[in-house]
Write a protein that binds this ligand. Structure first.
Ligand code: SF4
Ligand code: MG
Length: 335
C-alpha cells in the first residue's frame, strides 16, 4: 500500500509558567491510503497534540514542534511555509473536533458554512458549490438537504451537527480525515450511527482516517491499526487484532481491563490502572509507565525501553520484550 502520511520521531513541547512540557516525545507512525488508524490513551497522553501537529494547528506562542518530520505525500509539513499549509488544510487534510457547537458558526446557515470551504479551495461558481454541498449532506445521511441547507445550527440535534461537521470536513475531498474524539459528546446510539457513517464514507471515498479516542469500543468497530500512547510516546502499535487479542505492553493490558465489555457480566467490576501518568515537565529517565507497572524491573527505572518487533505490524516499547534486559540489568545492579 501507498504511504500517504509518515510521522517520524515527532517531538512537541509547550511553554508554560512552570517550564517546558514535553507533550509528544518521539512519536513515529505511518498511514496508508484508505486505512484507519486509531490513537488511544488517557487524556493528556499527547494524542490530540499529535493530531493537531499534523494539521500544524499548535499556536506558535504556546508550543512548537521541536524535532521530527511529518511527511505528507513526501512533503515535510513541519517545514512547509504557512501559506502552503493553509492550502493543504481542509482541502487535503481535514480535521473534526469533539464539539460541533464550538466549531460551527450559529449565525451562518449550514449551507453557507459547507460552501465556504469549496469556494475557498476550489474555483467554482455558487451553483456548483451548492450542488456539492447538497451531495455532501446526502453523503452524511441528512434528509431533505435542499431545505436543510438554509437552516441554522440550533435547528439540528447533536448527532446531526456532528454529521454537518463531517460534511464540511469532507467537502473538498481530502485524502486524510483526522477526527479528535468525534463521538465523545454524543449519546451511545448516535455514537454508533456516526461510527457507521465513517465506515460508509471511507468505502465511498477511500479517505484515510486518523481517529483519536479513549473509547476502545470505537476502535474495535472502525480501526485497522492502533497506536497506544502513554506520556507522549507510542508504547505499543499493532493491528486491531494484535492490540485486542495479543496486547504485550502492561499499559495496553491495563487499558483493555479498564474498558467496559459487553461480553462480561454487568456487575463485573472494571479494573482501573492505579496511579497517574508522570509529570511531563521532567519525564522519567526510564520507562514512563514504571511507577504504575506491576512488572517493572530495575532496568525500567533508568533506561527507556526500545521498540521490539513482534511481527511486521506489531511493535512494543517494553523491557519485558527485550532480551537485552537480561544483560543490561546485571550491569546496572553491579554498579
Ligand atoms: Fe513495565 Fe518495564 Fe515494560 Fe515499562 S518497560 S511497561 S516498567 S515492564
Ligand atoms: Mg484530547
Amino acid at each position: 500500500m501507498e504511504k500517504l502520511l509518515q510521522v517520524e520521531d515527532l517531538h512537541v513541547s509547550f511553554k508554560t509558567h512552570g517550564g517546558e512540557v514535553k507533550a509528544v516525545r518521539g512519536v513515529s507512525f505511518s498511514l496508508e491510503k484508505g486505512e484507519t488508524l486509531a490513537i488511544v490513551g488517557e487524556s493528556g497522553c499527547g494524542k490530540s497534540v499529535t493530531a493537531r501537529s499534523i494539521m500544524r494547528l499548535i499556536p506558535e506562542h504556546v508550543g512548537k514542534i521541536t524535532k521530527g518530520k511529518i511527511l505528507f505525500n513526501g512533503t515535510d509539513l513541519v517545514t512547509l511555509p504557512e501559506k502552503e499549509m493553509r492550502g493543504l488544510r481542509g482541502s487535503q487534510i481535514s480535521m473534526i473536533f469533539q464539539d460541533a457547537m464550538t466549531s460551527l458558526n450559529p449565525t451562518i446557515s449550514i449551507g453557507e458554512q459547507i460552501m465556504e470551504g469549496i469556494v475557498r479551495h476550489q474555483k467554482l461558481s455558487r451553483a456548483e458549490a451548492k450542488a456539492q454541498a447538497l451531495e455532501m449532506l446526502q453523503l452524511v445521511g441528512i434528509a431533505n438537504p435542499e431545505r436543510r441547507l438554509k437552516q441554522y445550527l440550533h435547528e439540528f440535534s447533536g448527532g446531526m451537527r456532528q454529521r454537518i461537521m463531517i460534511a464540511i470536513a469532507l467537502v473538498c475531498k481530502p485524502s486524510i480525515l483526522i477526527a479528535d474524539e468525534p463521538t465523545t459528546a454524543l449519546d451511545v446510539t448516535i455514537q454508533a450511527q456516526i461510527i457507521d457513517l465513517f465506515k460508509t464514507i471511507q468505502q465511498k471515498t477511500g479517505v484515510s482516517i486518523v481517529i483519536i479516542t479513549h473509547d476502545l469500543g470505537v476502535v474495535a468497530k472502525i480501526a485497522n491499526k492502533v497506536n497506544v500512547m502513554y506520556a507522549g510516546q507510542v508504547v505499543e502499535a499493532g493491528t486491531v487484532r494484535e492490540i485486542f487479542y495479543q496486547p504485550q505492553h502492561p499499559y495496553t493490558k491495563g487499558l483493555l481491563e479498564s474498558m467496559p465489555r459487553l461480553d462480561l457480566d454487568r456487575d463485573t467490576p472494571l479494573a482501573p490502572i492505579p496511579g497517574s501518568p508522570p509529570d511531563l515537565f521532567a519525564p522519567p529517565a526510564g520507562c514512563a509507565f514504571a511507577a504504575r507497572c506491576q512488572y517493572a524491573l530495575e532496568v525500567c527505572r533508568n533506561h527507556q525501553p526500545a521498540y521490539s518487533s513482534l511481527g511486521t505490524t506489531h511493535q512494543v516499547a517494553c523491557w519485558l520484550q527485550d532480551p537485552r534486559a537480561q544483560t543490561v540489568y546485571p550491569l546496572q545492579a553491579a554498579k
